[in-house]
Design a protein around this ligand. Structure first.
Ligand code: PBG
Ligand code: ZN
Length: 324
């Protein structure tokens, strides 16, 4: 007779029993798919450091949006490369810029798709920093009115959610004020509240041509060593009116995701960033890992850590895999 009374393996014996006791489920409804819109027409060019992701002209962005919607992915986040750059990033709020045109065109083609507009200036400034400069330093308060312009222009183009990623202090309140004063009270704010100064953004900066021309972003993005500070950022953004709170990057910060999830009632989003994506793609292309298995395991870990929303370049592949 066995002396073992408790045998955890009993509940792992078949796929159906594992399904019955599974604690975390991953769904296509968790995903937001980021796209990069560029000037021009009929352009779909693969981004070298992000295989499977493309620079898309507005017409091709609409095609991609239709594919996203047909797969059941609820949302798209729009990034853009502008036609011109200047000191203050004024193309970021030009209604004729690729982002604003793409938002409007996608809204028209797929009215139910939730459109997230990324609000930042680094793709639009000639120095590549996320705000306007004053003596070679990013000027926090001088940047807020510019972010207000960007947010309002994207919302007027048709964005449902405004997602500020610049890490200026006070920008959520400033953006909320600006939206409300234009009657855009139904537009939500998803704040990149906890955004670390991370090496994992490398491929994105190539894709978005947004690398700083001098210095780095440590003066405004968070120190990767800090976690209490994450709650400080989250509390401020909630007080300023953020509807959704984001932690970014995802994989190296799952402890932060869990902490935030346990301490607030708002939905928590994570950004599974470009460097995380590129590492998986590179290893998969070398035949060193099983891509499908690794991607689904990784996305599940983000859900398990407490994320409600996952912004991921894997969304299209994962949606297909989840369909089985
Ligand atoms: C712009 C921005 C960045 C990302 C999203 N918005 C880069 C940065 O802060 O340098 C990163 C996304 C990714 O790496 O996938 N502020
Ligand atoms: Zn930026």
């Amino acid at each position: 007779m066995s002396t073992l009374k408790i045998r955890p393996r009993r509940l792992r014996r078949s796929e159906n029993i594992r399904a019955m006791v599974r604690e975390t489920s991953l769904s296509v409804k968790d995903f937001v798919y980021p796209i990069f819109v560029v000037p021009g027409e009929n352009i779909k060019e693969e981004i070298p450091s992000m295989p499977g992701c493309y620079h898309l002209s507005v017409d091709k962005a609409v095609e991609t949006a239709k594919e996203i919607a047909s797969l059941g992915i609820p949302s798209v986040e729009v990034f853009g490369l502008p036609e011109y750059k200047d000191e203050i990033g004024s193309s970021a709020w030009d209604m004729a810029s690729p982002v604003q045109r793409a938002i409007a065109a996608i809204k028209k083609a797929e009215p139910d798709l939730v459109i997230v507009g990324d609000v930042c200036l680094c793709q639009y400034t000639n120095h590549g920093h996320c705000g306007r400069l004053c003596d070679h330093e990013v000027d926090n308060d001088g940047t807020l009115p510019l972010l207000q312009n960007v947010a309002v222009s994207q919302a007027q183009a048709g964005a449902d959610i405004i997602a500020p990623s610049d890490m200026m202090d006070g920008r959520v309140a400033a953006i909320r004020d600006a939206l409300d004063s234009k009657g855009l009270t139904n537009v939500s704010i998803m704040s990149y509240a906890v955004k670390y100064a991370s090496g994992y953004y490398g491929p994105f900066r190539d894709a978005a041509d947004s690398a700083p021309q001098f210095g780095d972003r440590r003066g405004y993005q968070m120190d990767p060593a800090n976690v209490r500070e994450a709650m400080k950022e989250v509390s401020l953004d909630i007080a300023e009116g953020a509807d959704i709170i984001m932690v970014k990057p995802a994989l190296a910060y799952l402890d932060v995701v869990r902490l935030v999830r346990d301490n607030i009632v708002q939905p928590v989003a994570v950004y599974n960033v470009s460097g995380e994506y590129a590492m998986v793609k590179a290893a998969a292309q070398n035949g060193w890992i099983d891509e499908k298995r690794i991607v689904l395991e990784t996305l599940t870990s983000m859900k398990r850590a407490g994320a409600d929303i996952i912004i991921t370049y894997h969304a299209i592949d994962a949606a297909k895999w989840l369909k089985g």
